[in-house]
Design a protein around this ligand. Structure first.
Ligand code: DGL
Length: 259
């Protein structure tokens, strides 16, 4: 059994890299739905349909553990996948998202006010607010959709990203902690930190490797089934030269394959 990592596009490579660095021995398959990215402003029905397609693909590729790196897909589909899809179609497969590990990390220091940024769909779902308050009912959550960031990062336009972040940061002045709830935001965490120097940033590339390692220690029934030849395969739903260039920034020798 391999570990599958799914994202709406290539932003999730940041998370895949973090997982591979923390747990290099396992076999990984990455799948980015570059044909349909971005998910952040699509309807829940479409996001579910694309994510189901991705799960079936990764399961066919022998993934027994799948991490949904995409916050938007996690927000909209994870519950359905765990409660309906797996019991019906994939009893031996475990699907995990990024939101619960992020919430646990965010609450670690006991701060009483926590900010969240993400795509419009993630923020509209209020998944972070719901999960944060489940564990810590007193916590005040300040959420903001930050739709200018994914297009700016995808276009490699860090001047626009900085401008947008400086504007968005006004909402979070004096907030002790901020969750960067989107695959792409680790790539601009320095810009967030510059705009909010006193704020503790909760970044998924920093936490997911450690969280998955902890999870596998607790779930030896899954861990013992994972193959360990340290192979990596990267699939996309649509190929393009610029996708390869983006992916090469994180994995210089990457070979993208068409799904
Ligand atoms: N992967 C998405 C997320 O983490 C961001 C990109 C998109 O909108 O598809 O929410």
């Amino acid at each position: 059994m391999k570990i599958g990592v799914f994202d709406s596009g290539l932003g999730g490579l940041v998370i895949a890299k973090a997982l591979m660095q923390a747990l290099p021995q396992y076999d990984y398959i990455y799948y980015g739905d570059t044909e349909h990215v971005p998910y952040g402003e699509k309807t829940p029905g479409r996001i579910l349909a694309y994510t189901l397609d991705a799960m079936r693909f990764l399961i066919n590729q022998k993934c027994g553990l799948i991490i949904i790196a995409c916050n938007t897909a996690t927000a909209i589909t994870l519950r359905y996948l765990q409660k309906r899809f797996c019991p019906k179609e994939a009893q031996n497969v475990k699907i995990l998202g990024v939101i619960i590990p992020t919430v646990e990390e965010a609450l670690k220091k006991g701060e009483k006010r926590i900010g969240v940024v993400g795509t419009p769909t993630t923020i509209r779902s209020d998944i972070y607010g719901v999960e944060l308050r489940k564990i810590s009912p007193q916590v005040e959550v300040v959420s903001l959709a930050t739709p200018r960031l994914v297009p700016a990062i995808e276009a490699n336009d860090f001047t626009e990203a900085k401008r947008a972040i400086n504007e968005y940061a006004q909402t979070f002045q004096n907030l002790p902690a901020l969750i960067l709830g989107c695959t792409h935001y680790p790539l601009v965490k320095d810009l967030f930190q510059e705009a909010l120097p006193e704020t503790r940033l909760v970044c998924q590339d920093d936490l997911m490797g450690k969280k998955l390692a902890d999870y596998l220690k607790r779930h030896t029934e899954i861990e013992t089934n994972l193959s360990r030849k340290a192979t990596r395969q990267f699939f996309v739903s649509k190929m393009s030269k610029s996708y390869t260039q983006v992916a090469q920034k994180l994995f210089p020798d990457i070979q993208l394959e068409k799904k």
